[in-house]
Design a protein around this ligand. Structure first.
Ligand code: SF4
Length: 333
């Protein structure tokens, strides 16, 4: 029997694994505080909106805390001590980072342990038995990190040995298939979890190219990461970076995330995109950026287009014609 009234911090992604893990603890009478992390490139889409994690927290009936990543996460992404996965996903260090944050919350909230929805062997990099151990050790949670879905295949935690959690009610699942976990979720009538995903955008080859480009140009920071999933990204010959919105939603987002020292470009006389020019503002780069913006506007290839170029201090208008497609595609990251 679990001792009632204990409190735990449980990482909640919004997926089925962490949802079932949290529910298993709640059913034992543990007070669960969910902790959800928003990756930098998700912030503009997720902050202050309903997410998979917030929906599942309501459904299970637990409190949810939401954390964004700080500069430490960017340092990890630039040079992860335990390396990258298939692309630029620093999965082991990413887990350690999240669990260190969870450990701080555990101390602040006087919780007894931290739990996750990790499953032994489900992910090649971060969920091998040795990786699970390493993550537990380096996050400073030795003995206090419970993985309820695979607990029966792992050494008992202090929490289980002290009877804070009833080990006999935990599971012994391993491997990549989610069939068993989905069946448990169905049997418990859980509905609002997100469908299983392979990984975050850091595992996506096209997105990874954008991250590597920032690393190569020594300009990987939180502001750059926050907008990396918005628009088309182009690297211009003078090394400045152009981000061009692909639709109205992205145009609005780019206007929100532009930094004071950057240029915001917009078509004045035909419908067209909003774009951010970051880096050098030399005349030739600004003119090239304007011609690219014109290319993605509704103007025909021989039409003159007026482009408004604004910084926080100045504003001017350029007249240009669209850059030919083959020249634009050479610059796309
Ligand atoms: S897939 Fe992304 S969010 Fe998940 S551990 Fe890896 S880097 Fe972190």
């Amino acid at each position: 029997m679990a001792k009632g009234g204990a409190r735990a911090i449980c990482l909640i992604s919004g997926g089925v694994d962490s949802s079932v893990a949290a529910l298993l603890l709640k059913e034992q009478g543990i007070e669960v505080i969910g902790l959800n992390f928003v990756l930098p490139f998700e912030e503009v889409f997720k902050i202050n909106s309903e997410t998979g994690a917030s929906r599942i927290a309501v459904e299970i009936g637990i409190e949810l805390r939401v954390k964004t990543m700080d500069d430490e996460y960017v340092r990890i992404l630039r040079n992860p001590p335990h390396g990258y996965g298939s692309q630029v996903n620093p999965c082991i260090d990413c887990h350690i980072y999240m669990l260190r944050t969870a450990r701080c919350l555990m101390q602040e909230e006087n919780a007894r342990f931290v739990a996750t929805g990790e499953v032994l062997g489900q992910r090649p990099m971060s969920q091998r038995a040795d990786a699970l151990k390493l993550i537990e050790r380096e996050s400073g949670l030795e003995g206090y990190l419970l993985r309820p879905l695979s607990a029966l295949l792992l050494e008992p935690t202090v929490t289980e040995m002290e009877g804070v959690v009833d080990r006999s009610k935990l599971l012994g699942i391993k491997g990549r298939s989610r069939k068993e976990i989905l069946a448990i979720a169905r049997s418990k009538n859980l509905k609002n979890f997100a469908s299983p995903a392979g990984g975050c955008l850091f595992t996506d080859p096209a997105f990874a190219k954008r991250v590597r480009d920032l690393i190569d140009h020594n300009s990987l920071g939180l502001p750059e990461l926050r907008r990396l999933a918005i628009g088309r990204h182009l690297r211009l010959p003078g090394k400045s970076k152009l981000i061009v919105g692909r639709n109205e939603k992205e145009n609005g987002l780019l206007a929100r995330v532009v930094e004071p020292e950057e240029c915001l470009l917009r078509t004045s006389d035909v419908p067209g995109p909003t774009a951010i020019l970051a880096g050098r503002h030399a005349q030739d780069e600004v003119r090239l950026a304007a011609a690219i913006v014109a290319r993605y506007s509704d103007a025909s290839m021989d039409q003159s287009v007026r482009i408004e170029v604004r910084t926080s201090q100045t504003s001017c208008e350029l007249i240009t014609t669209p850059l030919p497609e083959d020249r634009v595609s050479e610059l796309v990251i």
